[in-house]
Design a protein around this ligand. Structure first.
Ligand SMILES: Cc1ncc(COP(=O)(O)O)c(C=O)c1O
Length: 423
C-alpha cells in the first residue's frame, strides 16, 4: 500500500519481552502461530483484576459486581472483534476445550448414521473432537487438499455434502501452510443442506479481519494467546443456534442462558480481562493507522472501526515481510516452501523444509542465533504427516510473523537458513 507507515517503534515498546537477547543478538520471536508475546497492558489488566477485583460472580458485594461488569465488558469487546452481539461471545479454557464441549453438545441431538465433515488441512483441534463422535455412530468424512494450491478441494467437499451432513468443521487459515480458505462459500454450501458450521479461526484471527455476519457461520473459535492475550479460548455462537443447543454443563437441567450455557464452571476472570486488553491493543493500533484504510472503514464506527483498522494495519505490515521471506527462502537451493502460490490469499506464516535435513535441526540452529521458530507438525497432523508425509524428516520449519517483527528479524532468518544449508 502506497505511503503506509507502520509505527513499529510504538508497537515494539508495548512488549517487554522484546528486550531479550540471545548471545548478544535481540531475540527474534517468529513463533507467533504458536502464541504471540503479550503487551504490557494485558498483564496490567490481569494483575489489576487479581489485586483489586478478584471475586466470584453473582455476589452482593462490590468486587463481585465489578467481576460481572468486567466479564460483560469483555463480551462487548469481543462482539466488536467478531462483529456480533455480546451475548454471542463465550469464553473457555482453550479452543480445543471449547470445540470438544461443542461436539459433545451437538452429538446429543444427532443419531447414528448422521455425518460430520472435517478437513485434511485442519489442526487436530477441529478434527479430533468430531472424530471422537464416531464412537456415537457418527460418520466423519475429511475433505482433501489440492496439493497444487494447498487449498481445500471444493469438488471433494461437494461430493461429501448431503442431507445426512449435520456439521461442517472447517479451518479459516492453516497454521501449517498459511492457506486462507474461502469459508463463506463453504458455509453457504453447508447451510444449503441444513448443516451447522464451525469455523476454526485460531490462525486467522491474529492476521485478518473477522466478520461473522459476513461469513454467516453458526460457530467460530479462536484463542486469545495467538493475538497478544492470555491462554483463553473464545467462541462466537450465533444466538438463535446456541439457544437450541443442549450444552453440557454443571447445571445439567438449565440449558437456557445464552451464552452462559456454554461456560462451564467459574470462568477464568483474570484472563478474560487480559483478553479484552489484547483487543484494546489492536484497537489502539487501529486508531494510529486508520487514515490509511478510509475506504475499507466506510460505514464502520466506534470500537469495531478501530479493531478493523488495527487488523488491516497488522496484515498490511506483515504481508511484504512474509513475501520477502518466501521469495528469498525459495531462492536457496534445497528449500521447498509449502503454501499457496503467490496471488492467493494467505497469512504471513511461512513453512518450509530443507532437502536432506531434519526440521528440528534447522530450528535448533536458528534458536542458537536467537531466532525462535517452530518445527514439527504443530498438531496439523493430517496435512504434515499423512498428506505431505514429512514426519520422518521432522515435519516443517515454521516462521510465523507478528506485528512486532522487523525487517531485521526476516533478514537474519534468511541469512541463518542460508548458513545452515551450507553446513
Ligand atoms: C489453527 C489452530 N487451531 C486450533 C488450535 C488449538 O488452539 P488451543 O491451543 O487454544 O486449543 C491451534 C493452536 O495452535 C491452531 O493453530
Amino acid at each position: 500500500m502506497n505511503g503506509f507507515d507502520f509505527d513499529i517503534d510504538y508497537v515494539r515498546e508495548q512488549f517487554p519481552c522484546l528486550c531479550k537477547t540471545v548471545n548478544g543478538k535481540p531475540a527474534a520471536f517468529l513463533d507467533g502461530p504458536g502464541g504471540t508475546q503479550v503487551p504490557r497492558r494485558v498483564v496490567d489488566r490481569i494483575s489489576d483484576y487479581l489485586y483489586y477485583r478478584n471475586a466470584n460472580a453473582h455476589g452482593c458485594y462490590k468486587t463481585s459486581k465489578e467481576t460481572e461488569a468486567l466479564h460483560s465488558e469483555a463480551r462487548e469487546t469481543f462482539a466488536a472483534f467478531f462483529n456480533c452481539k455480546p451475548e454471542e461471545v463465550a469464553f473457555g479454557e482453550s479452543s480445543s476445550g471449547n470445540n470438544f464441549k461443542l461436539a459433545l453438545a451437538l452429538v446429543r441431538d444427532m443419531k447414528p448414521g448422521d455425518e460430520v465433515i472435517i478437513t485434511d488441512i485442519d489442526h487436530e483441534c477441529n478434527r479430533s473432537p468430531w472424530r471422537t463422535l464416531q464412537e456415537h455412530g457418527i460418520i466423519v468424512k475429511s475433505v482433501k487438499i489440492d496439493l497444487e494450491t494447498y487449498t481445500l478441494d471444493i469438488e471433494d467437499y461437494k461430493s461429501k455434502l448431503s442431507n445426512k451432513t449435520k456439521v461442517v468443521a472447517i479451518n479459516w487459515a492453516s497454521n501449517a501452510t498459511g492457506t486462507v480458505t474461502d469459508v463463506k462459500t463453504m458455509i453457504e454450501m453447508a447451510h444449503a443442506v441444513g448443516a451447522l458450521t464451525v469455523i476454526d479461526a485460531v490462525h486467522y484471527a491474529p492476521h485478518k479481519v473477522i466478520d461473522v455476519k459476513n461469513i454467516g457461520t453458526d460457530f467460530l473459535i479462536c484463542s486469545a494467546y495467538k493475538f497478544f492475550g492470555p491462554h483463553v479460548g473464545v467462541v462466537y455462537a450465533k444466538a438463535e443456534v446456541l439457544d437450541k443447543v443442549r450444552t453440557i454443563r454443571v447445571l445439567a437441567d438449565d440449558n437456557t442462558m445464552v451464552p452462559e450455557k456454554f461456560e462451564t464452571g467459574t470462568p477464568n476472570f483474570e484472563s478474560i480481562c487480559g483478553c479484552a486488553g489484547a483487543i484494546d491493543f489492536i484497537a489502539d493500533l487501529g486508531s494510529k493507522h486508520e487514515k490509511y484504510f478510509k475506504e475499507q472503514l466506510t460505514g464502520l464506527s466506534g470500537k469495531r472501526k478501530q479493531i478493523v483498522a488495527g487488523m488491516l494495519a497488522i496484515d498490511t505490515y506483515e504481508e511484504p515481510l512474509a513475501k520477502k521471506l518466501r521469495k528469498e527462502l525459495s531462492n536457496i537451493e534445497g528449500i521447498t516452501i509449502y503454501g499457496p502460490p503467490e496471488g492467493y490469499e494467505r497469512t504471513s506464516t511461512v513453512s518450509f523444509t530443507i532437502a536432506g535435513k531434519n526440521s528440528n535441526d534447522v530450528a535448533k540452529f536458528l534458536a542458537e542465533r536467537g531466532i525462535y521458530v517452530w518445527d514439527g507438525d504443530f498438531y496439523a497432523i493430517e496435512i504434515t504427516n499423512h498428506v505431505l508425509k514429512l514426519g520422518s524428516q521432522g515435519g516443517l520449519v515454521r516462521v510465523g510473523l507478528a506485528p512486532y517483527n522487523t525487517i531485521d528479524d526476516i533478514e537474519r532468518t534468511i541469512k541463518a537458513v542460508s548458513d545452515f544449508c551450507k553446513l
